[in-house]
Design a protein around this ligand. Structure first.
Ligand SMILES: Cc1cc2nc3c(=O)[nH]c(=O)nc-3n(C[C@H](O)[C@H](O)[C@H](O)COP(=O)(O)OP(=O)(O)OC[C@H]3O[C@@H](n4cnc5c(N)ncnc54)[C@H](O)[C@@H]3O)c2cc1C
Length: 400
C-alpha cells in the first residue's frame, strides 16, 4: 500500500459515516464509495473508528521501518549533580517501576558522570533492575552536547521502549536533542504516565491550553517513547535494600565524547534562597507587593519559617525577583507541605504550579480572588499588615 490511507472499495457500502466524522472535511462520496482527499487528510484515524465495515485502512508506520518489537525496557535518566542523585531521579524510578511492571519489562537507570559508580547501588535499591553507567572525566559536569551524544549512542545500542527524563533544566535541554537524533517524538512536561492496557503504548498526559485541558499523547509508531516528567508530581520510589540489579558499564568511543563547548567555570546564581522545588514550605509574593523592596516582608516570613521564597510571574516579569523563583506553568511546579500566597490573585497558570501543596494559605485583600477557591485557609486583608504580623507571631512561637 503506497498511500498512507486508503478506502477499500469492495468493502465500502456508501454509508457516509466517515464523511460525517472527518474533522478535516477530507472525505467525499463518489459513485457511493468514500474518496479521501490526501491534501486535506491529517491521518487522525477518526474515519477508521467510525467505519463499521473495515473499509478504511491506514498504513501502519511500522511499515516505514521501525521494528517496534525490537525495543524493550523502560529507561530513566538518572540525573545527578556533583555526584548527588537528584530527587527527580527517584520520582522517575517510582513511575518507571510501575510502567515496567505493567509491560513485563525491566526498569533501567542510565547514569552519566564521573566517579559516580557508587551511585549504582542506590539506583538499584530504588528499584532499577539494570543500571547502565557511563563514567568518564568528560561527563563530570553536565554539557548537553556530550551528554546527548552518549545517550543517543546508548539508545541506538540498547533500544529502550520508553525513555523518561526529568522536566528539569538539565532534562529539557538534554532529551530534546536526543529525541531529534533518534527520530522519536517527545512529550514535554508530563504530569501523568500510564500504559494503555490494550495497545501497551505509553499514555503521556500533560496540561495543555494553559492548564485548561489535560492532553494524553501516544507515540504508536516510533521508539523510544520519550517524555520529560514534571518534578514533584510523581511519587518517589521507596528504598528496598533487598532489590537486586545488574550494572552495565558502557563502552563509549572517544569520538562520542567530543564537544565544541568547554566548561570554563560555574557561577552559582546569587540573591536567591533555597531551591523552591525542594522546599517544604514556600512563601510566595505577587503583584500585590507593589514594589521590589516589599519582597523583604516575604523574605522575613520565609526566613522565620525556614521556607523558600516563590513568586508569581507578574512579580518575575516586573524584575522584582529572579525567574528561578517563579511558580507556575512557565515556572516551577512545587509541592510543598505549606504554600503561603501573598498578594497573588490565583490565575490558572499560577495554580497549576502549586495546587498539589498539602496546605495552601492565601492572603489577599480581594475576597473574590480566585486563589481563595483553592486555599485551605484564606486571610482576606492587607498583606502589608498580615504578613509582618504572622512573622512576629511565628518568631514568638518558634522562640526566634
Ligand atoms: C502562557 C502563560 C503562562 C503563564 N505562566 C505563569 C506562571 O508560570 N506563573 C504565574 O504566576 N503566572 C503565569 N502567567 C501569568 C498569569 O496569567 C497571571 O497574570 C499572573 O499569575 C498574575 O500574577 P499575580 O497574581 O501576582 O498578579 P495579579 O493577578 O495582578 O494579582 C495581584 C493580587 O494582589 C492582590 N493585592 C493587591 N494589593 C494587595 C494587598 N495590599 N494585600 C493583599 N492583596 C493585595 C490583588 O487583590 C490581586 O488579587 C502566565 C500567563 C500566560 C499567558
Amino acid at each position: 500500500m503506497d498511500e498512507p490511507i486508503k478506502v477499500l472499495s469492495d468493502k465500502c457500502v456508501g454509508c457516509t459515516l466517515c464523511v460525517d466524522t472527518c474533522p478535516s472535511n477530507a472525505i467525499t462520496m463518489k459513485d457511493s464509495v468514500a474518496v479521501i482527499d490526501l491534501n486535506k487528510c491529517t491521518l487522525c484515524g477518526a474515519c477508521l473508528e467510525a467505519c463499521r465495515f473495515d473499509a478504511i485502512v491506514i498504513r501502519k508506520k511500522a511499515d516505514t521501518g521501525v521494528d517496534l518489537a525490537a525495543y524493550r525496557n523502560v529507561w530513566v535518566f538518572a540525573e545527578q549533580i556533583d555526584g548527588t542523585l537528584q530527587s527527580i531521579t527517584h520520582e522517575l524510578l517510582g513511575k518507571g517501576r510501575e510502567l515496567a511492571n505493567d509491560l513485563g519489562m525491566k526498569l533501567c537507570a542510565v547514569l552519566l558522570g564521573h566517579n559516580v559508580g557508587d551511585k549504582t547501588a542506590e539506583l538499584i535499591r530504588r528499584g532499577a533492575d539494570i543500571v547502565i553507567v557511563a563514567d568518564k572525566p568528560e561527563l563530570a559536569y553536565f554539557q548537553d552536547e556530550i551528554y546527548a551524544a552518549v545517550l543517543i549512542d546508548l539508545i541506538r545500542k540498547h533500544k529502550p521502549s520508553i525513555m523518561l527524563c526529568g522536566a528539569t533544566t538539565m532534562g529539557r535541554s538534554l532529551v530534546s536533542r536526543v529525541a531529534v537524533a533518534v527520530h522519536a517524538g517527545l512529550t514535554a512536561d508530563c504530569t501523568g504516565l500510564a500504559i494503555d492496557p490494550e495497545t501497551k503504548t505509553l499514555l503521556q498526559t500533560r496540561p495543555a491550553f494553559g492548564g485548561n485541558i489535560m492532553a494524553t499523547i501516544v507515540t504508536p509508531n516510533h521508539r523510544p517513547q520519550m517524555a520529560t516528567v514534571r518534578h514533584k508530581v510523581m511519587k518517589e520510589a521507596g528504598v528496598d535494600p533487598a532489590h537486586q540489579g545488574e550494572t552495565i558499564v558502557a563502552e563509549i568511543a572517544a569520538a562520542v565524547l567530543q564537544s565544541r563547548a568547554r566548561r570554563v567555570k560555574f557561577v552559582p546564581e546569587t540573591g536567591t534562597t533555597q531551591n523552591i522545588a525542594e522546599a517544604n514550605i514556600i512563601v510566595s509574593g505577587g503583584r500585590g507587593l507593589q514594589d521590589p523592596a516589599n519582597f523583604s516582608i516575604i523574605r522575613d516570613l520565609a526566613q522565620t519559617l525556614g521556607a523558600g521564597v516563590g513568586a508569581s510571574r507578574a512579580a518575575v516579569d516586573a524584575g522584582w525577583i529572579p525567574y528561578s523563583q517563579q511558580v507556575g506553568q512557565t515556572g516551577k511546579t512545587v509541592c510543598p507541605k505549606i504554600y503561603i500566597a501573598c498578594g497573588i490573585s490565583g490565575q490558572i497558570q499560577h495554580l497549576v504550579g502549586m495546587s498539589s501543596a498539602d496546605i495552601i494559605v492565601a492572603i489577599n485583600k480581594d475576597p473574590d480572588a480566585p486563589i481563595f477557591k483553592l486555599a485551605t485557609y484564606g486571610l482576606v486583608g492587607d498583606l502589608f499588615k498580615i504578613v509582618p504580623l504572622l512573622t512576629r507571631e511565628f518568631k514568638k512561637a518558634l522562640g526566634k
